[in-house]
Design a protein around this ligand. Structure first.
Ligand SMILES: Cc1cc2nc3c(=O)[nH]c(=O)nc-3n(C[C@H](O)[C@H](O)[C@H](O)COP(=O)(O)OP(=O)(O)OC[C@H]3O[C@@H](n4cnc5c(N)ncnc54)[C@H](O)[C@@H]3O)c2cc1C
Length: 408
């Protein structure tokens, strides 16, 4: 961006949160202007696994324990509203390349105790919302769905699915540009200032005067000091992905006939899915600040241990990105003063939720009532001792890996 611009709502961050906020603001007849530091999708939205689920990192039973039944019920509905929102976006914008399909998600229990937990979650969902939205599968049923051994059973969520994240993101961006919305890449915001009834946002070569501001910088909030208030309420955690070479059709039929999306129940989650004819395999760990060969090697070892049938199939692509964790494992959505709104901290489950929160931010900025339940923050709260987060992440990841290894 160059020069001085005026708009109704300036948006920082070209991921799902920022782009969906821009989409809904433009749809309501107001003028958004979006600034992305690098290229659109540079952050998690352009690098994720495209697993579209309704879950939060906290189970619905835990949400009930923490916040009461009514709030847990509304959070469950929010999770599914987020998937519906993603589906509606792909339909309204005709995003066929995003290839959203509700193939169903399988949570695979790595211990008998984890299976008990999944069983209790299914019972909660059936008690509150009836049968159909979740089903407990036996070990044998899991083995018919996917050719892996070592799991004790699982939870099938039939309404979850998969999307091609970068195609989805670029489709939304194309929709904005076609509508004449100002979308600027290579424009890191360096300064934010509230001046009277305007918010002034500066980049190296330009300046925007806006009525309101939305900050959607999530795990990448430390790219510049301007969004430090976001960064300090988050713990960025590296998540890595590898992709195999194309698999022969007969092999796909043998290892994942239903093309479900799968993830295990470990704290240091491993997940996998098919994208076209490739198997994509991802996970988290103490993977450090940058891409590392060690992280990719670890993932490949897990992949090959889980799927011996992939012997002789090469791993062709490797990449990673930052998920934004919070101390309460829930996203934080709030405002700073009267004119600045934000949504961050999807804890690695934001493909559907981040876009949906973009829609909620658009509504908030229009002064409409929005129910955010325990996600709502009155102000950005800094994590105590945030400067120690890097050794803290290593320590926490090591501890969680140990608990996983012990089957706890
Ligand atoms: C490897 C990986 C796999 C994942 N897999 C899944 C999955 O399968 N399912 C799931 O539900 N979730 C998954 N996630 C999480 C999901 O991708 C995120 O929750 C979601 O994309 C967050 O979107 P966002 O728009 O809030 O943030 P981001 O997409 O991270 O966007 C933030 C943007 O802000 C920009 N920015 C930062 N600072 C500035 C500045 N000063 N000026 C301008 N721009 C700035 C950044 O460049 C970035 O593009 C995964 C994440 C990763 C990293």
């Amino acid at each position: 961006m160059r020069g001085t611009h005026q708009c109704d709502v300036a948006i920082i961050g070209g991921g799902f949160t920022g782009l969906c906020a821009a989409h809904h603001i433009a749809a309501s007849g107001r003028a958004p202007l979006l600034l992305e530091a690098r290229e659109l999708g540079f952050g998690a939205s352009g690098r994720n696994g495209g697993v579209v689920t309704a879950k939060f990192r906290v189970s619905f039973r835990d949400l009930e324990r923490r916040h009461g039944l009514e709030i847990a019920r509304r959070m469950y509905q929010m999770g599914y509203a987020a998937i519906d929102h993603l589906e509606t976006m792909t339909q309204q914008l005709s995003l066929t390349a995003a290839d959203f399909q509700r193939r169903g998600h399988l949570a695979l229990a790595h211990t008998p105790r984890a299976l008990q937990g999944l069983g209790a979650e299914v019972a909660w969902i059936e008690r509150e919302f009836g049968k159909g939205a979740a089903r407990l599968l036996s070990k044998e049923e899991i083995e018919r769905e996917v050719a892996v051994t070592g799991f004790h059973g699982g939870l099938l969520s039939p309404k979850a699915g998969g999307v091609h994240p970068l195609e989805y993101l670029r489709g939304i961006a194309r929709g904005l540009v076609d509508r004449g919305v100002a979308v600027h890449g290579d424009s890191p915001v360096t300064r934010i200032e509230q001046l009277g009834d305007r918010v002034v946002v500066e980049t190296e070569h330009g300046r925007v005067e806006a009525g309101q501001l939305i900050i959607a910088t999530n795990g990448y909030s430390d790219l510049t000091p301007a969004t430090r208030a976001m960064h300090r309420q988050l713990i960025p955690f590296r998540s890595a992905i590898i992709s195999t070479a194309p698999l022969p059709a007969a092999l796909i039929e043998r290892i994942m006939p239903g093309r479900r999306l799968c993830g295990d129940t470990k704290r240091m989650l491993r997940w996998f899915r098919l994208v076209g004819d490739r198997l994509i395999f991802g996970g988290r760990g103490a993977f450090g600040r940058d891409d590392s060969k060690q992280a990719f090697d670890e993932l490949e070892r897990s992949l090959r241990a889980l799927f011996p049938a992939l012997e002789g199939i090469a791993v062709e692509h490797r990449w990673s990105g930052l998920v934004a964790m919070t101390l309460d494992y829930l996203p934080h959505v709030g405002r700073i003063g009267d004119r600045v709104f934000y949504s961050v901290g999807y804890n690695g489950s934001g493909v559907a939720l981040s876009g949906y929160m973009g829609k909620q931010l658009a509504a908030l900025s229009a002064g409409e009532p929005v129910w955010l339940g325990p996600l709502e923050r009155q102000t950005a709260q800094e994590i105590p001792l945030h400067a120690l987060r890097a050794p803290g992440v290593r320590l926490a990841a090591g501890w969680q890996q140990l608990l996983d290894a012990l089957g706890r």
